[in-house]
Design a protein around this ligand. Structure first.
Ligand SMILES: Nc1ncnc2c1ncn2[C@@H]1O[C@H](COP(=O)(O)OP(=O)(O)OP(=O)(O)O)[C@@H](O)[C@H]1O
Length: 269
């Protein structure tokens, strides 16, 4: 179980920008997360939705132990990610949507061997694990190609394999199909639903802007707005109330637009 209690995240604003802000907005910090409280049950598959800048990636990085919150606590199966960071991080695999962290001149297989060794997996066990993961993500025939020669879809599949090296209970995927064409996106979706979730009752946390991806891969929605969770519901209950995820999303967005207009009016008057 993942348990977040009063998680707040403040990013520093560089001094040179602060002087352009007018009172009452003049502050040295930007609050990206505001008192987040949530309990996520093991085995749940949750889509994090919300507009750009809502705080999804920041919150997922805190769950993954890649960022420490400014205040509050985050526990994974009772392990506090700040007090026992390494132990908690072992339970979580993180698939970021960026390629820079791989070694471009190494083959896909050698990249996985390198990251596996960093995870302290050794010898025969490491080789077996890497071969198994390459098969799982359908890269067994391209494992000896250098990473630079991979397509975006192949790079993303390798990133998923890397996220699974430590056999984590929780897999976090940040916009896993953002840069992919529809067919490559479908392949990733199939890998996630048929080979990753089904294999082990893994908890999946997926930040996405694709409602169809959310509906196919997940059973719950966590809707974020301006650093807060404004809704956490099962997709079943959303569909029975709103008919479609699109209607639900529009309702959430309309509320936001109405709120923004009200705030604009207040500022303008
Ligand atoms: N390292 C950072 N330093 C300063 N501000 C940051 C940093 N990272 C994120 N932010 C700010 O925090 C807010 C939340 O960002 P975050 O990336 O978590 O949102 P998001 O919901 O994942 O957005 P997107 O859908 O665009 O990925 C944004 O306003 C962003 O500009």
């Amino acid at each position: 179980m993942i348990s977040a209690t009063n998680i707040t995240m403040q990013y520093p604003i560089p001094k040179r920008y602060v002087e352009y802000l007018t009172q009452p907005f003049q502050t040295n910090y930007f609050k990206a997360l505001k008192k987040i409280n949530i309990e996520i049950q093991s085995g749940d598959r949750i889509a994090f939705l919300g507009v750009n800048g809502a705080g999804k990636t920041t919150f997922l990085k805190i769950i993954g132990g890649l960022l420490y919150p400014s205040s509050g606590s985050l526990c994974i199966n009772g392990i506090d990610t700040q007090k026992q960071n390494l132990k908690a991080r072992k339970r979580v695999g993180f698939v970021l949507n960026e390629e820079r962290s791989f070694y471009w001149r190494l083959t896909g297989k050698k990249n996985l061997l390198f990251f596996g060794a960093l995870d302290n997996i050794k010898g025969e066990e490491l080789h077996k694990k890497v071969e198994e993961l390459l098969r799982m993500v359908g890269l067994e025939d391209s494992k000896d190609k250098i990473f630079a020669g991979y397509s975006s879809g192949m790079k993303q599949r390798l990133a998923i394999a890397r996220g699974l090296l430590s056999n984590p209970d929780i897999l976090i995927l940040d916009e896993p199909t953002r840069t992919l064409d529809p067919l490559s996106a479908e392949v990733i979706g199939t890998i996630i639903s048929e080979r990753i979730h089904n294999k082990k009752e893994r908890t999946l946390l997926i930040a996405t802007h694709s409602l169809s991806e959310a509906q196919i891969l997940c059973n719950k929605i966590c809707f974020m707005k301006k650093g807060q969770i404004i809704d956490y519901s099962s997709i079943k209950s959303i569909i029975s109330e709103y008919g479609t995820l699109e209607n639900y999303y529009k309702k959430m967005m309309n509320d936001e637009m109405v709120l923004d207009k009200v705030q604009q009016k207040i500022v303008l008057q």
